[in-house]
Design a protein around this ligand. Structure first.
Ligand code: ADP
Ligand code: MG
Length: 292
């Protein structure tokens, strides 16, 4: 490879808001034929709004929000940011200690001697917590409406749930169709439930969607594509995307994402506009053509 062609690629990227970390990233990636997107914060704006705060246990909706906000103050997930902000607008947060976050699942902390969990229904099932069929039906209806639902428990008892809505980035649909027109296979991988995942997938027109994907499953899915002979680019922003970004032939992180995502990626996209992804794919193709 000629170093000058690579340097030109890196320089051109900088002008487009595509920060390429190492010169070899463009060359080593080969010709990308598959592109994998994360959902929350990558395809969507990741600025969630609370649409329902429903108490089903012993506390009022206000108390439920106060508990959830306190637990979430220890997490940097978009859901956590939205819940904590809503709780702070409502009043003071409960005092929490022993924060733990579970990437792709939820968060936990101790409040007044009880362990409070906030997270996906899948997380609750894995933690051995059960919830009534009536709640399950409500979750299903909210999911079908495109809403993400997180459950809240205290001391092992379900206290309620919060439904959240997100919005798809204006540039998402166009970017997916541009990438498809370039011959790429487009895939969305999300830790979110099937309902909200398929609402977004349909809206933007990706070829395939996989939901309830844990961080390790995201990277395993990329490995399977690679084993089948594909060169895969991954676009993500979260802690839950870090392993997948590192596994992909070309990892692209959104600049407003988490530090670990940016550390794991080859390229940082400074523009929030997803057309930067198309530009990065084109740039990598041009650079490869020049050096070969
Ligand atoms: P995505 O792949 O769309 O970015 P994640 O893998 O980060 O989603 O999260 C998957 C699911 O796990 C979320 O939809 C949510 O239900 C749950 N989750 C993850 N982190 C949190 C958190 N801090 N608080 C509540 N729920 C969370
Ligand atoms: Mg994300």
């Amino acid at each position: 490879a000629t170093p000058t062609a690579l340097m030109v690629g890196v320089g051109r990227g900088g002008q487009l808001g595509i920060l390429i970390k190492g010169q070899d990233a463009l060359e080593a990636s080969g010709v990308i034929d598959t592109i994998v997107f994360d959902k929350t914060g990558t395809i969507t704006n990741g600025e969630l709004a609370l649409s329902e705060v429903k108490a089903v246990g012993n506390c009022t909706p206000g108390e439920l929000l106060r508990l959830a906000g306190a637990v979430e103050s220890g997490s940097e997930h978009a859901i956590a940011v939205a819940i904590t902000a809503a709780a702070r607008r409502d009043g003071d947060l409960a005092i929490a200690t022993e924060f733990r976050s579970f990437p792709g699942m939820g968060a936990a902390a101790m409040i007044d001697g009880r362990r409070v969990l906030v997270g996906s229904p899948k997380f609750f099932t894995e933690e051995g917590l059960t919830y009534p069929a009536e709640v399950e039906a409500q979750i299903r209806a909210l999911n079908a409406d495109g809403k993400t639902v997180v459950l809240i428990s205290a001391g092992g008892h379900l206290e309620g749930f919060i439904a959240l809505t997100d919005t798809v980035k204006e540039s998402a649909k166009r970017t997916v169709s541009d990438l498809k027109a370039l011959g790429l296979r487009t895939i969305m991988l999300t830790g979110d439930a099937a309902g909200p995942a398929s609402v977004v997938a349909r809206e933007i027109g990706v070829d395939e969607v996989f939901s309830e994907m844990m961080p390790t499953q995201k990277s395993a899915a990329i490995q399977r594509l690679q084993a089948a002979g594909h060169n895969v680019a991954m676009v993500g922003d979260g802690v839950n995307d870090a392993a997948a970004l590192a596994t992909a032939n070309l990892g692209l992180a959104m600049v407003q994402g988490t530090d670990i995502a940016m550390k794991s990626a080859d390229i940082i996209l400074v523009r929030e506009d997803l057309s930067a992804v198309t530009d990065a794919v084109l740039l990598s193709r041009q650079t490869l053509r020049t050096i070969r």
